[in-house]
Design a protein around this ligand. Structure first.
Ligand code: TTP
Ligand code: CA
Ligand code: CA
Length: 645
């Protein structure tokens, strides 16, 4: 892709003369080259595909963009394009309700594996065959991979850091690339600092209007009027937004997808930015606009604050407003929320997030599962499903490079559920010879027979097969194939093709998400590092609030039920039926299994940077902490439909 076109003219050779200096130092500029989270000039983007599954179907079927379309799973909707949203159609609708709102709606069912068949396909009658079909998200994974590969192609090979945060979103740390573009465009930045002192301030950038093109610029903080000359952080973010605009255009041109993006100084803000205006727009949050951008918002919109923690803060302080919470002294927050959480919250609502964009590590496990409605009663039926699971997993293993012996799993596990009881078996996968689908199937059948020999197995309500213990083979992982198929994206998917609406790879119950997230707030996120934020495991994005899924599951049809009838004892999610609850419990089980396979997340520690919005604050200096929101992973929340003023 071509290098970004300059968004502003470099015209004045006298820049800096007679003016005050930049607020940034030579050292802070050079830190940009190494993606250091402690550089206040860093530039992070978050890119999220618009109505992703719906766009996948539109592209696949060659459907006009104006045509309202929704992606159907059984009787529910899981993705709705923007033309259909104009009719008031959302994930809460059933297909019937949606068609009433828009008779012209195209409702395309997701691809499914049909019992007994060897591969997934688009079946016209899938919706009425929940008993004999299992959802396949492969078509969307494939598109996701292509988009990710294109994004990486658009970035300089030696200066890219891309984190797949879910099936349809990525964080990109643009810092190193922006650094090199800054030096190219502004030669005055290339010389040594005065007196060779890296703490010397930089000269100011040339005075010139920055051209933000069609970007949505969020309003500035009152105290930071536009009359303030731009500083290098503005220029850096502008360069970042040029890069992202070009990448989005490239995705549009080559793959025909629209996406939305946020460009800002950290992950949390970039994520809020991508959800700020959709579809097909990018939002820039300059440092000088952070305070205003955040203060109009509810803190429950911020990742990690959409669930229990957010509720706790809300009930403790009796408000959801960031503006109100900005008045609360840090000591008070620490007192009420605990030291780490209090400090993390204090920083977060000020737009401080030092979490790093982490290139994903490799996939750790894969799972294929099905909840049976109605339950199954014969070994032949179980066997048919095990064959599908083996085929499903094997096709994903091929993408991981199992045929070339780049990577292969060492263990296989079967979980069986009957009468509320789960039984599991594991076995080693023979090494030393080529892995085949039939080997996985035979191992699965053996484990099933073992389970059957140990007691009553019928009726069976859920079966899940998974492989784990991945090891690198001898072949290494070079080559375009591995570039396209492995790595980051794999991480996400790490997991599953669960049939329930709770696809492990993208939708985790809030409780689980929370647990994944942060290290700093262990009470809420016992297993994870806040700064790692997003889902390390890719799994995740947990970005979606799982609530959407639950609402869909327990939607209108269930209003007459008492909400306590089917409540998950682990995360309090409520379901409309025993089957839905069971399917949800299966999800927990699968996720636990996945977690076992997953390595420990690293805790990124970081130094705190005082943003402009806080530059006049008088708080006592704080100790180092790892902070940042759930980092990683996908764990952000509520990315969709954030409403800002
Ligand atoms: P999202 O990015 O949350 O939503 P979206 O891409 O459909 O729409 P937006 O333009 O607001 O970003 O989710 C990405 C895909 O994940 C979505 O297309 C379908 C799937 N998904 C579900 O299957 N169930 C869910 O509850 C959610 C939230 C998403
Ligand atoms: Ca999306
Ligand atoms: Ca998303």
């Amino acid at each position: 892709m071509s290098s970004p076109s300059p968004g502003f003219q470099v015209s004045s050779p006298e820049h800096g003369i007679g003016r005050r200096k930049s607020q940034f130092t030579h050292r802070q500029l050079s830190l940009l080259a190494s993606f250091s989270p402690s550089s206040p000039l860093r530039v992070i983007a978050h890119v999220d595909l618009d109505a992703f599954y719906a766009q996948c179907e539109m592209v696949r079927l060659g459907i006009d963009e104006e045509q309202p379309l929704a992606v159907q799973q059984w009787q529910g909707l899981i993705a709705i394009n923007y033309s259909a949203r104009k009719f008031g159609i959302g994930r809460h609708c059933t297909v019937t309700e949606a068609k009433k709102l828009c008779p012209n709606l195209v409702a395309q069912h997701v691809a499914t594996w049909k019992e007994g068949e060897e591969t997934w396909a688009y079946h016209d009658d899938a919706a009425s065959h929940i008993a004999t079909h299992k959802v396949s998200l492969d078509p969307y994974r494939l598109q996701s991979r292509q988009i990710l590969a294109l994004i990486k192609q658009c970035l300089p090979a030696n200066k890219q850091k891309v984190e797949k945060a879910s099936i349809d979103e990525v964080f990109i740390d643009l810092s190193a690339q922006v650094h090199s573009i800054l030096l190219q465009r502004f030669p005055e930045l290339t010389g040594p600092p005065p007196y060779d002192d890296p703490t010397e301030k930089l000269p100011l950038p040339p005075i010139t209007a920055l051209d933000w093109k069609a970007d949505v610029l969020v309003d500035l903080d009152d105290a930071e009027a536009e009359v303030d000359d731009p500083d290098w952080d503005d220029v850096a973010i502008l360069i970042g937004s040029e890069i992202i605009r070009d990448i989005r255009a490239e995705i549009r041109k080559r793959l025909h997808y629209t996406c939305s993006a946020g460009v800002a100084g950290n992950k949390m803000l970039s994520k809020l930015g991508s959800g700020h205006r959709k579809p097909n727009q990018q939002t820039v949050i300059r440092n000088r606009a952070i305070q205003r951008f955040l203060s109009d918002m509810k803190f429950t919109k911020i990742r990690n604050l959409g669930g229990k923690l957010g509720d706790q803060v809300k009930s403790t302080f009796n408000t959801e407003s960031i503006k109100d919470m900005l008045e609360v002294p840090v000591d008070q927050l620490k007192l009420k929320l605990g030291d780490d959480t209090g400090l993390w919250f204090y920083d977060t609502i000020r737009g401080i997030d030092l979490s790093e964009v982490t290139s994903r590590t490799q996939i750790k496990s894969m799972l294929s599962a099905k909840s049976f409605q109605p339950s199954i009663n014969k070994m032949e039926q179980a066997s048919k499903w095990l064959r599908i699971f083996a085929a499903d997993i094997f096709s994903r293993l091929i993408e991981e490079g199992v045929l070339e012996n780049r990577r292969r799993p060492k263990t296989i596990h079967l979980h069986h559920r009957s009468a509320g009881q789960t039984r599991s078996k594991s076995s080693g996968i023979p090494q030393g010879k080529a892995l085949e689908e039939a080997i996985l199937f035979d191992l699965a059948k053996n484990m099933m027979s073992q389970i059957a020999s140990e007691g009553r197995v019928w009726p069976c309500t859920n079966l899940s097969l998974s492989v784990g213990g991945f090891e690198d083979g001898i072949t290494g992982n070079m080559g375009i194939g591995s570039f396209l198929l492995k790595g980051d994206e794999a991480r996400i998917s790490k997991v599953t093709s669960c049939d329930s609406p709770l696809d492990l790879s993208s939708h985790e119950p809030q409780e689980k998400k929370r647990r994944l997230e942060s290290p700093g707030i262990q009470r809420f996120f016992p297993k994870k590092d806040l700064s790692a934020g997003e889902d390390q495991t890719d799994s995740t994005e947990l970005d979606y609030t799982h609530g959407d899924v639950e609402r869909r599951v327990s939607g209108s049809r269930s209003r007459q039920l008492s909400i306590t009838d089917y409540m998950c004892s682990r995360c309090n999610a409520v379901f409309e039926s025993a089957e839905a609850l069971q399917s949800h419990n299966d999800w927990h089980l699968a996720k636990d299994l996945h977690d076992e396979e997953r390595g420990r997340s690293t805790f990124a520690s970081s130094k705190r940077i005082v943003p402009r919005s806080e530059k006049n604050a008088t708080q006592a200096p704080r100790k180092k902490h790892s902070g940042g929101g759930a980092g990683g992973k996908r764990l952000e929340q509520g990315q969709s439909k954030l409403k800002f003023g």
